[in-house]
Design a protein around this ligand. Structure first.
Ligand SMILES: [Zn+2]
Length: 466
């Protein structure tokens, strides 16, 4: 007996709303939040979901994933990537342009949309890639509903050529003139400096994991962030600095924000919970760009998370095969750049922000859901627990520790740079638009490929509050 508008209640939990944590029950009708009430005990004919002892937060919005579809090699894919997302409390992702081919035309965006609608278990918005194509092709992608544009300042992504300064300036100018609210996301590293750094360390015979970090120190990022902010300030377009791993770069962002420049910053758990010791320990499995930092840099980055300069924490999830990563065991330069992380990210962030650093549940929710939803035009349908929003929820056991093992990951390739680490909080249940899509004690993933929707730009204000 199908019911298109089932009534469900979430009882006994602590809800983290935009006003802060409250003890309240949640009423869900169909796919939306219908009410927040002190007690749903008297609501009859509703499916009851017990959240006693749990913290209920808006489902995570991971602004930076590489599930890479279409791609004949299928190193991740929307199905396995989104299963891992659900297990990590993530209900929406914003998927990067890397695929085969790199998403850089309207046709590519349509093809990618078809792939995600077929295979994803979570909702997906899309980035479009800037590869020096003519402006008409950029406009095509915007017309297909992408939520942001992405370009690389260095040549560190095979198949996704770097944008030189002319392409960057042209793109900033195009956006300032035609679409000033669309975020332009940049991978900020100086190509000449990192290329020279690699050559210098290779000439010295270095192949060890730390050589990777030494080849591209924070300065390599800071120069590029400085240049990117210059273009944003010059043109008035909107800059989004991806995966910042340099405290001095965050200071530049903070100073620019104070001058009124439209710039926002993202960082990732590998720059907040891991450091050089993890790079030494895991070698090629911890090789990514920017590189892991030393502990002093990590602690400095935390100051900018605490003061609000960092808006978003995303995974930068990359699903390489174990074999391709193992190629770097004796020679770090042979390992591809990127780490898996969509499943471990928000439990690790919850543990750091709430349990270890006392920054509070509200800050965790801002970094993991509200801010990314706002940046990518998915708010308030996504990223907040309020009446009218999609009933996307993650249920956390705030003090349930677990040891991370690659073998337990639901993404396609079973490795993680968090291998062996203990995370002090865990996701026990995840709901996507009113339905339980993941339940750790009921067999894990309950959703199906195709449950995920394409989130077109502006989704956040479509029918919000209705
Ligand atoms: Zn990335």
């Amino acid at each position: 007996m199908a019911n298109d508008n089932p009534l469900r209640v979430v009882t006994g939990g602590t809800l983290v709303t935009s006003d802060g944590p409250i003890r309240a029950d949640l009423v869900i009708r169909g796919d939306r939040i219908a009410a927040i009430t002190s007690s749903a005990a008297d609501i009859a004919d509703a499916e009851r979901i017990d959240a006693t002892g749990l913290i209920v937060v808006p489902g995570g919005v991971d602004a930076h994933t590489h599930f890479r579809e279409p791609d004949p090699n299928m190193v991740e894919g929307f199905k396995t990537g989104s299963m891992a997302a659900l297990a990590g409390g993530v209900t929406s992702v914003v998927e990067m342009p890397q695929a085969s081919p790199t998403s850089s035309t309207g046709a590519h965006i349509r093809e990618k949309r078809a792939a995600l609608e077929r295979a994803s278990l979570v909702d997906v918005a899309l980035w479009g890639g800037i590869v020096g194509q003519p402006p008409e092709q950029i406009q095509e992608m915007i017309d297909e509903g992408i939520v942001a544009l992405k370009a690389f300042m260095p040549n560190s992504s095979p198949g996704f050529p770097a944008a030189d300064d002319q392409v960057l300036l042209d793109t900033f100018r195009f956006l300032a003139e035609h679409d000033p609210d669309l975020p332009f996301g940049l991978h900020c590293e100086n190509d000449a400096l990192l290329t020279a750094g690699i050559a210098r360390l290779q000439a010295a015979g270095r192949k060890d994991p730390l050589a990777h970090a030494e080849s591209r120190p924070p300065l390599v990022e800071v120069e590029a962030i400085h240049r990117a902010i210059f273009f944003a300030e010059l043109t008035g377009a909107r800059l989004y600095v991806c995966h910042v791993a340099a405290a001095d770069g965050l200071q530049l962002v903070k100073d620019a924000q104070a001058r009124g420049v439209r710039v926002q910053a993202e960082t990732c758990p590998q720059y907040l919970s891991l450091d050089h010791s993890d790079l030494v320990k895991h070698g090629p499995f911890a090789r990514c760009a920017p590189a892991f930092r030393d502990r002093a840099e990590v602690e400095r980055i935390w100051q900018y998370v605490a003061d609000g300069t960092v808006d978003v924490v995303s995974s930068d999830h990359c699903g390489y095969t174990v074999e391709s990563k193992r190629a770097g065991l004796d020679d770090i330069w042979k390992a591809p750049l990127g780490c898996s992380g969509v499943q471990t990210m928000y439990p690790a962030l919850f543990d750091e922000v709430v349990n270890r650093r006392g920054l509070g549940l509200q800050r965790f929710v801002e970094l993991s859901a509200t801010n990314p939803a706002k940046v990518f035009s998915l708010y308030p349908r996504k990223g907040v627990i309020q009446v009218g929003s999609d009933a996307d929820l993650a249920f956390y056991a705030p003090n349930a520790s677990w040891e991370v093992r690659g073998a337990d990951m639901l993404h396609r390739n079973k490795w993680t740079p968090f291998e062996g680490k203990t995370i002090g909080a865990s996701v026990v249940r995840t709901m996507l638009r009113g339905r339980v899509a993941f339940d750790r004690s009921a067999g894990g993933v309950l959703g199906s490929p195709g449950d995920g929707r394409f989130l077109r730009r502006g989704y956040g204000t479509e029918g919000a509050g209705a």
